[in-house]
Design a protein around this ligand. Sequence first.
Ligand code: NAD
Ligand code: UFG
Length: 338
Amino acid sequence: MRKVLVTGGAGYIGSHTVVALIERGFEVVVVDNFCNSSPLVLPRMAEITGVEPQVVEADLLDRSALDDLFSVHQFDAVVHFAGLKAVGESVQNPLLYYKNNVAGSLNLFAAMQAHICLNLVFSSSATVYGDPDSVPIKEDFRLSPTNPYGRTKLMVEEILADLGNANPQWRIALLRYFNPVGAHPSGSIGEMPNGTPNNLMPYITQVAAGTLQQLSVFGDDYPTKDGTGVRDYIHVMDLAAAHLAALLKLPQQETSVRAYNIGTGVGYSVLQMIDAFETESGVNIPYTITNRRPGDIAECYADCERSKRELGWRAHRDLVEMMRDQWRWQSLNPQGYR
Ligand code: NAD
Ligand code: UFG
């Protein structure tokens, strides 16, 4: 493995993974349409690594642009991040999600097949499990996503399973991420959501920065340790390392398609997250308890034994690092990359 195409490599998780790949000596080409990212991330990546990745501005819906890309470059593997990820938006506009995430992926896989590039790491999500019967969640649990976004992830997983059946030469790792948070420790790359954040951590840091007034805690009557929702938060640097591990392992992967949970195995409640942030930053987070957010589940955390055993990967960074790095990024870049 030497040359890798990273779709969505300008985005939050993609940019951290591109940095990890470059630092490991891979030649990286990014394809991104910048629909949810900024080209200004590129010089930041170069600042960290000393190498500016090659970038092609293109949409995965443009099949001929993908064919051109595969004709110019001989890729050993693809890491496929490009997709839309806002659950609420997917409920409002399902066609946009099915088109972008499913049709875009189909174009990519068709180009890969045509150019005989059969190694793939795919960004799936813990959302494919829906509301699990028990925790921690194992990879062989029932898959039943509860919203269109989650269904796009499951559909792509199923398409990939069929591809692997049709041609056992494919080597495909499905990485089911739990809740990515944090930023590069340099503070120069991170996530800056457009508009008001949907996710807990960017919401907390924007309240801390004074951009937002207070946090709404969505329900305190769940059957959890303190009544608030419990999630498996994972540092984005650990997540980037998981992609590297999966990529390096692909040639030895025993089956053509394999799913891996990528989390820490530990669940924290919303109140624990607020407390950890306040302790680390010294900034108070005003909050009120409001109604549950429709579609939310009580508890979600991973059993990560398979990734430990088969990928030789595990998360190393704790809550303190997640808080510190997220806050550093927010403080240094109040306007994101602008
Ligand atoms: P992101 O929005 O920051 O990155 C996605 C990137 O893909 C963006 O740069 C965007 O411009 C690009 N993109 C989207 N559609 C495209 C298209 N049709 N053609 C070309 N580029 C396109 O999101 P992220 O948080 O980095 O997530 C990366 C992947 O991980 C996504 O597939 C997401 O569904 C998945 N995921 C994210 C989370 C999370 O909480 N962040 C959790 C589980 C899974
Ligand atoms: N929460 C609040 N207030 C907020 C935002 C969130 O109390 O303003 C709570 C939620 O109710 C939940 C927890 O904080 O209990 C985490 O919520 P997030 O929105 O940060 O994350 P989710 O677990 O709901 O979903 C995320 C991604 C999904 C992905 C899923 C699993 O947004 O796309 O993780 O990977 F599918």
